[in-house]
Design a binder for this molecule. Structure first.
Ligand code: GDP
Length: 280
């Protein structure tokens, strides 16, 4: 009996170079990778591979290129501040409802379990439930929450937590389209002058919306990308796109509502692994 799957695979493998390129283009397109980025990836493959390159080699080369593009994840590192004997201050920014508070609680739990002293500050007084939500997590972890009502109060709040290893600051998920609200957020960010900033992005954001978010938050010089709700996203193209658009490092990803479990340092292999191909 002839093994047709192998036979077909062989046939596909023997497709001419440009047909394989077209196949890869479609694959990346299905993952919602930016068209410009797709062409860059294909250009690199053309540069490297001669016309005899097989489909499997091409897929493996594209994975290598994407791995380089995604880069190494950079989680919170407390070592620098340890030498300086001051708390490491981290602020979380991002559109409304992306999962900032939940993620902050997950990170707080992670460091508390590692025996680090964690202090929490919330400037999210705009949404009534937000403070309560953080306080609930804080109670479970036996942590203190300071609520600040204006950018002018933030430094004092940070100073009062000087005995901590890590201070996590939650911000109001204010619409970047509301200028007054967004200006207040900018003042807060400048008043905090954090050691690290995380831009929290929902993995299900469209390419157009992502571009807009990136443009609005361009006022922050250095930040890390943090992607939430991977459990609700069938594809990881957004991570490649955000890296391509911003050049900022990736950090954590979250994949569920459960605190503290559903978060990990971004797994580059999984991000690059072609889940859309698995579905074929
Ligand atoms: P914030 O407004 O940015 O602070 O967002 P919240 O932390 O309040 O989260 C908004 C909603 O998203 C809540 O219902 C969370 O439980 C949910 N959420 C947060 N992270 C994740 C995640 O990784 N996966 C899923 N499915 N839901 C999440």
């Amino acid at each position: 009996k002839v093994d047709t799957t192998k036979e077909e695979a062989f046939k596909e493998d023997a497709l001419p170079f440009e047909d394989n390129i077209a196949y890869l283009r479609r694959l990346l397109f299905e993952r919602d990778v930016e068209p410009k980025l797709i062409e860059k990836i294909l250009e690199k493959i053309r540069e490297r591979g001669g016309n005899s390159m097989k489909k499997e080699e091409m897929l493996s080369l594209s994975s290598k290129i994407m791995t380089l593009l995604v880069g190494e994840p950079q989680p919170i590192n407390l070592e620098v501040e340890k030498e300086q004997q001051k708390p490491h201050v981290v602020i979380f920014l991002g559109p409304t409802g992306v999962g900032k508070t939940t993620t902050l609680a997950k990170i707080a739990a992670d460091f508390t379990f590692k025996n680090k002293k964690v202090g929490l500050i919330t400037a999210d007084t705009y949404r009534i439930a937000a403070v309560e939500q953080l306080k609930t997590y804080a109670e479970i972890l036996n942590l203190q929450v300071t609520v600040v009502y204006s950018p002018g109060e933030i430094q004092e709040a940070v100073n009062k937590l000087s005995d901590k290893d890590l201070i996590l600051i939650d911000t109001a998920g204010r619409s970047h389209k509301n200028k007054a609200h967004f200006d207040e957020l900018k003042s807060l960010v400048s008043a905090v002058d954090a050691d690290e900033t995380f831009l929290v992005i929902n993995s299900n954001t469209s390419r157009i919306a992502l571009r807009e978010i990136v443009e609005y938050y361009a006022f922050v010089k250095d930040y890390k990308l943090l992607f939430t709700k991977l459990d609700e996203s069938p594809i990881c193209g957004i991570i490649l796109n955000a890296r391509y658009m911003t050049g900022k490092p990736i950090s954590y990803t979250t994949n569920g509502q459960s605190v503290p479990d559903d978060m990990s340092i971004a797994n580059v292999k999984q991000i690059v692994a072609d889940r859309s191909e698995e579905r074929r």
